[in-house]
Structure formats: C-alpha cells, structure tokens
Design a protein. Structure first.
Length: 172
C-alpha cells in the first residue's frame, strides 16, 4: 500500500530532499526538482518551509535546516540548533545560517529581543519559584504526578516536565 512503512525522521527528510534534487541558493531560495523557485510558506512561528512527498506522505521541510544541511552536511545533526545570526527567521541566506546551541542562539539576540523574550516568559509562567520547589519536594517525598496535577489544576504532563526539569530548569 502507498505510504506504508517507517515514518522518516526530520534528518532523513533533509537527506531525501537533497537526494531528490532540491537545492538552495546562497540567498536562501529553494529550487525544486523541476528547476523552478518554490513558493515558501510560514509555519506560524516565522520559519519558512515547503512540502515534499516522501513515501506517499507530505512532509514539511524547514528551509533554514535545508540550508544548514547543504552548508554543513551531517555536521548539522551533531548540534542542538540552526541559528539565524541576524535573528530574522526568514533570512535563510547561507551567510546568515550557523550551527550552535541554545546559549549561542541567545547570545546572537540583541538586548531588546532578549528583554522581550524574558518578559514574555515571565508573563506566561504558571508557577512561582516557590511553587516549583514545593512540587519537586512533594514528588521526592512520594506524592504522585497526578496528585500534584490535581492540586495545581494542571495536566499531569505539566508536572512531569517540572519533575524531569524540562521546564523551570533554573529553579533549584
């Protein structure tokens, strides 16, 4: 049946895009397999992408990652992220794309952008630092994730992320 089989990882999709003949220009434009520039879409978070069929399924290909793969090859997969050096998510020119980690990306930001990002995170916080400490301590003492979720009126997944320090990492 068409489209059956293992779903490809994002890395495999990038490799397949190059294998199929998709190309990127130095300015970050994507040239399709028929040699024409593709119309790119915005993913709602500012990043550009295009669709490609792989094993009968439509897959999104992020342009910045395709540019990075074209520029760096498999080295891309050894890094946490692809950075836009000028913080413009739609500027996918080769000289604006670099590999790095979260700290590198943070350091690329202007002070104004950092302040806006931090203000946004503070406004969107569900818990105070003392509540996070209480949650982690209660979990260590044997309270269940579900019990803490009910107490704070959040999903168990939210409490699990706190427990595993995927969120509120800075709270001891």
């Amino acid at each position: 049946m068409k489209g059956e089989g293992k779903i490809m990882s994002p890395q495999e999709v990038l490799v397949e895009a190059i294998r199929k003949g998709y190309k990127v220009t130095d300015s970050g434009k994507v040239i399709g397999i028929k040699g024409k520039e593709l119309k790119l879409m915005n993913n709602g978070k500012g990043y550009l992408f295009f669709h490609m069929r792989v094993k009968g399924r439509k897959r999104a290909v992020p342009v910045h990652r395709l540019v990075a793969y074209t520029k760096y090859g498999d080295e891309l997969f050894k890094h946490e992220m692809v950075r836009h050096l000028d913080n413009d998510k739609q500027n996918n020119s080769t000289d604006n794309i670099a590999l790095g980690n979260w700290l590198d990306n943070y350091n690329d930001m202007s002070e104004e952008i950092r302040n806006k990002m931090l203000a946004s995170q503070i406004r969107s916080r569900k818990f105070t630092d003392s509540e996070i400490i209480e949650i982690r301590k209660s979990l260590e003492e044997g309270r269940t994730v579900r019990g803490m979720a009910e107490k704070f009126n959040v999903s168990p997944g939210t409490i699990q992320q706190i427990k595993e320090r995927r969120t509120y990492k800075w709270v001891s």
